[in-house]
Design a protein around this ligand. Structure first.
Ligand SMILES: *Cc1c(COP(=O)(O)O)cnc(C)c1O
Length: 384
């Protein structure tokens, strides 16, 4: 067996040992239900409060504005459905983009089936939303703008502050899917005029199956889950205490080490990009420099499908991903790459390599060599 080189940090991360360590007692001795009155319940209640404080501090929110969910997807669902059904009397128009995660786009499909009207903004060749276009499509009956903070496929970081300003000026709610950004990019919900924000722990070295929806005070939003009065009556279900503890710890750590980590990782990213661009017929998708997520690399190779390269890399123990989804044998081109204006053929052939805390220069160099070999092999097979 080859050793594994993990370059899929945008799909998920491992849980850091110091995060796991804080979680463990909440599986065993501290198991009290926080809704109960006795002292072991108070212990778990305090643990939730502490985590809520940590999350609030990380994004400059108030603890009372932080709500724990079971995933980033749930937070996205809650934001969109909650605003839509809670504000139907005001209007039925929602604005989003063509490059959102499916946790946004598939919710928009659902809302369209239920009588809402959705405008999907295009993006430029590097994945940026046009602010003038956003301003133009806002209508009297617009109730929500949902634009992702940073894209999971191509790493584009939007000008969130400018978008927030436009929404505030036009008096519409602004939600941002910050699942790729939280813990990696500075976030200040006040300065950026964000009304709602989704994040998930497993993208910043916390556990899977736990997320947060930040909801600014006074935002009128319906509940998604009904039942008990957990989360101040806003989200039913006994709290997942170990994961809530892990999320808070992981986010605090990520924010504390953000500058240092993103400097180190963006250097590795640029080394990887430079190496891959030596392969003839390689196209870099997404922007370069500061407006690209520090760990994101996404390339297309002219004339070949990304899937074939992925399989060869897997044989070498390299974990990578392609933007396209393989459904029922047919490769669907990535909706994000199509939105950039790439032709179908190229949009089917992308390779995403995402770096993180465990990545090293040695790994980057090994991967560059392996991709060169793999692309050469696939090209020679395709030519025959
Ligand atoms: C991973 C991801 C999600 C989904 O989060 P889960 O916790 O896996 O449900 C949503 N949006 C973006 C941008 C993501 O990268």
């Amino acid at each position: 067996m080859n050793k594994t080189i993990y370059m899929d940090y945008a799909a998920t991360t491992y849980t850091k040992p110091e995060v796991l360590k804080e979680m463990l007692p909440y599986f065993t001795e501290n198991y009290g239900n926080p809704s109960s009155v006795y002292s072991i319940a108070r212990t778990t209640r305090r643990a939730i409060d502490r985590s809520r404080d940590r999350v609030a501090a990380a994004i400059n929110a108030k603890a009372s504005e932080i709500f724990f969910t079971a995933s980033g997807s749930e937070a996205d669902n809650w934001a969109l459905k909650g605003i839509a059904f809670g504000n139907r009397n005001k209007g039925k128009h929602i604005i989003t983009t063509k490059i959102e995660h499916h946790a946004i786009l598939h919710v928009c499909d659902y809302l369209e089936k239920h009588g809402f009207d959705v405008t999907y903004l295009s993006v430029d060749k590097q994945g940026f939303v046009n602010l003038d276009e956003l301003e133009k499509v806002i209508r009297q009956d617009t109730i929500l703008v949902s634009i992702m903070f940073a894209n999971n496929e191509i790493g584009t970081i939007q000008n969130i502050k400018a978008i927030g300003n436009i929404c505030k000026k036009n008096n519409v709610y602004f939600h941002t899917d910050a699942v790729q950004a939280a813990g990696h990019v500075p976030i200040d919900v006040d300065e950026m005029n964000i009304d709602m924000l989704s994040l998930a722990a497993h993208k910043f070295y916390g556990p899977k199956g736990i997320g947060v929806l930040y909801i600014r005070r006074n935002v009128h939003i319906d509940n998604l889950l009904h039942g008990g009065s957990q989360e101040r009556g806003r989200r039913a279900g006994t709290e997942n205490i170990p994961s809530i503890v892990g999320l808070g710890k992981a986010l605090e750590l990520a924010v504390k080490n953000m500058n240092e980590n993103s400097m180190r990782i963006s250097k590795l990213r640029d080394r990887l990009i430079t190496g891959l661009m030596e392969i003839p017929g390689t196209i870099l998708n997404g922007p370069s420099g500061k407006s690209r997520l520090s760990g994101n690399v996404n390339v297309c190779f002219k004339g070949i499908e990304g899937e074939a390269v992925l399989v060869l890399l897997d044989n070498e123990g390299i974990c990578a991903s392609s933007g396209s989804a393989c459904t029922s044998g047919a490769i669907d081109p990535s909706h994000v790459l199509l939105a950039l204006g790439l032709p179908h053929e190229l949009a089917k052939g992308s390779l995403r390599l995402t770096l993180g805390d465990g990545s090293t220069e040695k790994e980057v160099d090994e991967v560059i060599a392996a991709v060169k070999t793999a692309v050469g092999k696939v090209r020679s097979m395709t030519l025959r």
